[in-house]
Design a protein around this ligand. Structure first.
Ligand SMILES: Nc1ncnc2c1ncn2[C@@H]1O[C@H](COP(=O)(O)OP(=O)(O)OP(=O)(O)O)[C@@H](O)[C@H]1O
Length: 507
């Protein structure tokens, strides 16, 4: 298929509001793809090419962009092949080769294709809601139940392969997609409540567990082979030797565990999140040792446990990894739940997660079986721009412009961002240094005082609430915003929405 057709459909999908129309246009496109084009095309559509990020930045794309071709000639396969070559060309001496590849690709592209290729390369396709829409379109195009398609996508962690199987295989083959030890699945996520007692009202009897302030890990072991994945399913095995060691010693052959990793100080108390994240993000194992704490088990020795109730999974976890379980208690008593919550905070942790004791493991879902309770309101927002500091901060990029996600396009394009406030509070010298180095690399334009950046960096902000405001387009402004930390493990499409923030007006 010509890439131009794909780009045209992507444009149509971006510009129509009706979900039904989006699904229809995508299903129509999917039906017309050749079997070997399906997986790459789906990857392009949702902004997650099979090759991952191939390390091409905004400047690289700009340098390669020239006069567009008059007639479309590139195919879906051409773009896929160039991404393969860009991903393979790394290391010294590869930059010339990469620039040539890119210039040739973009030079042969029409105006519409150039825009599309740029968005795919820069990871700017506004995914979020799109993955759900594409999932529905796959089900429609393949005439399969959407639940079966969704489950296969969650368990394989791969929407492109799921689409290929749905469109070219039998329904039984699609339904048979299950857990494979070594292949990560999307993690189950939590809803939010204001107190442990309120959460318990929703869940009924629950496992009330500490919400450790670390980083999510999913650990797979097959025999002696252990692999560790992040919340985004990136492989971080080499960075976590302690975790690998612990899991290798468990009394099982095969296992998949879900948990949190964080470092401890000399007294055994948890260290701040920034320390954990900097070791997590490092290229190899660093000085800080990261310990695992597990709260769930999805598979043990040939047996999938996803559909078992939490009570059974926790009993299994106790049997195989009791020394590495996250602290918590199973209770239906709000008083006990509140006590666990107080203990968690006293231990320096973030709060608790309250989990319905009868619930299955809903991979990739944010349902109400898991409910997190954090006493401080924090929101994940996107950096839109940054102003140069003054006084002691002269020369540093300091005051952040913060945006909330606008998934339905209430204030512009769906999946865009609406500015809701600014802050320079809570920034350490280290963060100021990092911002000043990082932001110019993703700069889109600048004036004397301000550098605008690609909306791709997520920052966690603590606030006291929101107030009505005519200064910002969304009609609200953050109150007493301060930076807690950068969330390298989240994408901009996962940021909190303008609707969520507006909901605070009522509170
Ligand atoms: N006992 C626990 N059970 C489940 N998750 C836990 C637990 N302790 C810590 N966590 C962390 O809390 C997160 C649960 O919140 P959620 O599913 O909303 O993820 P999130 O979007 O990363 O949220 P947050 O920004 O609050 O960490 C998990 O991703 C995990 O990293």
């Amino acid at each position: 298929m010509l890439l131009d057709e794909l780009a045209l459909t992507a444009d149509t999908v971006a510009s129509t509001r009706s979900r039904l129309a989006k699904v229809g246009a995508l299903a129509e496109l999917l039906r017309r793809l050749e079997p070997d084009e399906i997986a790459p095309a789906v990857g392009f559509l949702v902004g997650k090419p099979r090759q991952g990020r191939v390390g091409v930045g905004w400047r690289g794309v700009a340098a390669a962009t020239g006069e567009p071709a008059a007639e479309p000639s590139l195919t879906v396969g051409d773009l896929d092949a160039v991404l393969d070559r860009l991903a393979a060309a790394s290391g010294a001496g590869s930059s010339g080769e990469r620039a040539r590849e890119l210039a040739e690709l973009i030079g042969g592209a029409t105006d519409r294709e150039q825009g599309f290729i740029g968005r795919v390369l820069l990871g700017e396709v506004r995914t979020g809601a799109l993955e759900g829409v594409v999932t529905d379109a796959i089900a429609r195009a393949a005439d399969r139940p959407v639940g079966v398609v969704r489950r296969a996508a969650m368990l394989s962690g791969d929407l492109g392969e799921t689409a290929r199987l749905a469109l070219t295989g039998t329904e039984a083959e699609l339904a048979a997609v299950g857990l494979v030890v070594g292949r990560p699945v999307l993690p189950m996520l939590a809803a939010t409540a204001s107190s442990a007692a309120a959460a318990l009202e929703t869940t009924g009897e629950a496992s009330v567990e500490y919400k450790l302030d670390g980083a999510r890990i999913q650990v797979h072991r097959a025999g002696d082979e252990v692999r560790v994945f992040t919340r985004n399913l990136a492989d971080v095995t080499r960075r976590l030797p302690e975790v690998v060691d612990v899991v290798r010693r468990l009394p099982v052959h095969d296992v998949i565990l879900d948990g949190e990793t964080l470092s401890l100080d000399e007294d055994g108390a948890p260290r701040p999140f920034q320390d954990t994240m900097s070791s997590f993000g490092a290229e190899s194992a660093s000085e800080t040792v990261l310990h695992p704490w597990f709260f769930d088990v999805l598979h043990v020795d040939g047996r999938d446990l996803l559909d078992e109730p939490l009570s059974i999974r926790l009993a299994e976890l106790e049997r195989i990894a009791s020394a590495h379980r996250i602290p918590g208690e199973v209770t239906a008593d709000p008083e006990v739940a509140e006590q666990v919550s107080r203990d968690a905070l006293a231990a320096g942790q973030e709060g608790v997660v309250v989990k319905a004791i009868g619930s299955p493991y809903a991979a990739g879902r944010r349902g109400s079986s898991w409910i997190k309770v954090k006493p401080v309101f924090t929101y994940d927002l996107v950096v839109l721009a940054c102003e140069w500091g003054s006084g002691r901060r002269t020369g540093w990029l300091s005051n952040l412009h913060l945006g909330a996600l606008d998934p339905v396009g209430e204030f512009g394009e769906p999946g865009g961002f609406v500015m809701v406030g600014k802050t320079f509070k809570g920034l350490t010298d280290e963060l100021l240094r990092w911002q000043t180095e990082r932001f110019p690399q993703i700069e889109t334009r600048r004036t004397e005082h301000t550098v605008w950046v690609e909306p791709s960096i997520v920052v966690e902000i603590a606030i006291d609430g929101v107030q009505r405001s005519s200064r910002y387009p969304g009609g609200i402004a953050l109150r007493f915003a301060r930076v807690k930390r950068y969330r390298d493990d989240k994408t901009a499409a996962e940021a909190d929405t303008i609707q969520t923030l507006r909901g605070l007006l009522r509170g």
